[in-house]
Design a protein around this ligand. Structure first.
Ligand SMILES: *Cc1c(COP(=O)(O)O)cnc(C)c1O
Length: 427
């Protein structure tokens, strides 16, 4: 691991040194640690619009966007105003509030398959709970997931789970009992034949298929034509539930998420990231007959002290209202992201769906984890540091997606393309 020693990052380096004494790896989530690219993670001081600023005072055009939530950039005025009003009322009650009702109604309006919704605090909680209710509803134990898809750090789902573990070279995590992992069948993304085969052999035991309808967590990988349709018809045929994990794609690839973009109605959906506008908030929901299995109306238990937290709901409600009222945002995002990815550097494959995209450092198409893995991660690391030097903050791993926000200007896009072109011309 190389260490950056220039004074440009002196304060980040000092904080990182201290952080490592008290926090494993110096970070509160592994992908933040720059292990995939080397060097010292930037400690950030603040964000504004398309920019983040580190503790040493360096400014960056931000393509991480808190890993997805910041679709309107940092500190959008409508979210700040909602938070100001919420602060005047109180930060937590552990009792229902009116705005939770409005929030659930608006979610159901934007994502019509979510007839009923339960609010939780993280994407991990959402997928864990969706899986539990799928098992409770079907009376079956097995789950199909896809290699390279990440669904949070749920025990049984940490099998071939994409970016974070891939970056660190961890195949299957320690600490998960073999019996939990054995409830998960991991198949290659985009392989209809593999799913057909498993259903033919064990269809009666499968509770659910969980999928990122557009993968973000091995870098951006779109679904092949017919793949999501096949998942829909196979699950239906065998009495299993189809769970779209839209924690990343929800309100991102369309106002109604990937299910709107690809016209597929899943049984259950998980949401996170954008739904909280940068506060800890997530949700799961779907068919009313399934969701009615959840306590207190049904036997599947799931709870949370801070679930539906007033600050998080205020921020999320302001965000969803903004997106629902301004569908033109998605056209702008699409156009700007298309501009940013309209050129293909030598020896690079560009994947993009809406405002999610990845430059894979391989000249072969990337359609699943096997093909993503062929990327030249050392070459990516050089690109990453080159861009960082020029004030462009990308996710510190080849196996992560970049996110565009409505705060990114044409000038931001041009500056980014110019810097990238300089890298490839000098390489
Ligand atoms: C980020 C993510 C999660 C996990 O959400 P957390 O809030 O980090 O727990 C789950 N699924 C997908 C698709 C994600 O992108």
């Amino acid at each position: 691991m190389t260490t950056v020693t220039s004074t440009k990052f002196a304060k980040s380096e000092e904080l990182f040194r201290r952080a490592q004494q008290r926090t494993p790896g110096g970070v509160n989530s592994p992908v933040r640690a720059f292990r995939g690219v080397g060097g010292t993670p930037l400690f950030l001081a603040r964000g504004e619009g398309s920019r983040v600023f580190d503790v040493d005072g360096n400014a960056y055009i931000d393509y991480v966007g808190s890993w997805g939530p910041m679709i309107a950039g940092h500190r959008p005025p409508f979210v700040m105003e909602a938070l100001r009003q919420a602060l005047a009322i109180g930060t937590s009650f552990g009792a229902p509030t009116g705005q939770e009702v409005e929030f659930a109604e608006l979610i159901a309006k934007m994502v019509p398959s979510m007839e009923m919704v339960r609010l939780v605090n993280s994407g991990t909680e959402a997928t864990m709970s969706a899986l539990r209710v799928a098992r409770g509803f079907t009376g079956r134990d097995l789950t199909i997931k896809f290699e390279g898809c990440y669904h949070g750090h749920v025990d049984s789902l940490l099998v071939k789970a994409g970016s974070g573990m891939a970056t660190l070279g961890i195949a299957d995590t320690a600490g998960v009992p073999a019996a939990f992992a054995a409830t998960t069948i991991a198949l290659p993304y985009n392989s209809i034949a593999a799913v057909e085969k498993v259903f033919a052999e064990r269809g009666g035991k499968i509770a659910a298929v969980i999928v990122e309808p557009v993968v973000g967590n091995m870098g951006c990988v779109p679904p092949a034509p017919g793949f999501l349709e096949a998942l829909r018809s196979l699950t239906e045929k065998h009495g299993a539930l189809l769970i779209f994990d839209e924690v990343m794609t929800g309100f991102r690839v369309a106002p109604g998420g990937a299910q709107q973009r690809f016209s597929i109605r899943p049984d259950l959906t998980t949401l996170g990231k954008i739904i909280g506008a940068g506060l800890p908030m997530a949700a799961y929901g779907g068919r009313a007959d399934v969701m009615k299995k959840i306590a207190p109306v049904g036997p599947v238990y799931q709870a949370g002290t801070l679930s539906g937290n007033p600050l998080a709901v205020s921020a999320g409600l302001a965000m969803l209202r903004h997106l629902a009222a301004h569908p033109e945002i998605y056209e702008t995002l699409e156009a700007r992201a298309a501009q940013l990815t309209a050129w293909t550097p030598p020896g690079v494959t560009v994947n993009r769906v809406g405002s999610i995209f990845t430059f894979f450092f391989t000249d072969q198409p990337v359609s699943d984890w096997e093909s993503a893995k062929r990327s030249d991660t050392a070459r990516f690391a050089k690109f990453f540091h080159f861009m960082l030097e020029r004030g462009i903050y990308l996710a510190p791993s080849q196996f992560e997606a970049a996110f565009l926000s409505s705060a990114h200007s044409e000038a931001d896009i041009r500056a980014t393309i110019d810097a990238a072109k300089e890298f490839f011309s000098r390489e």
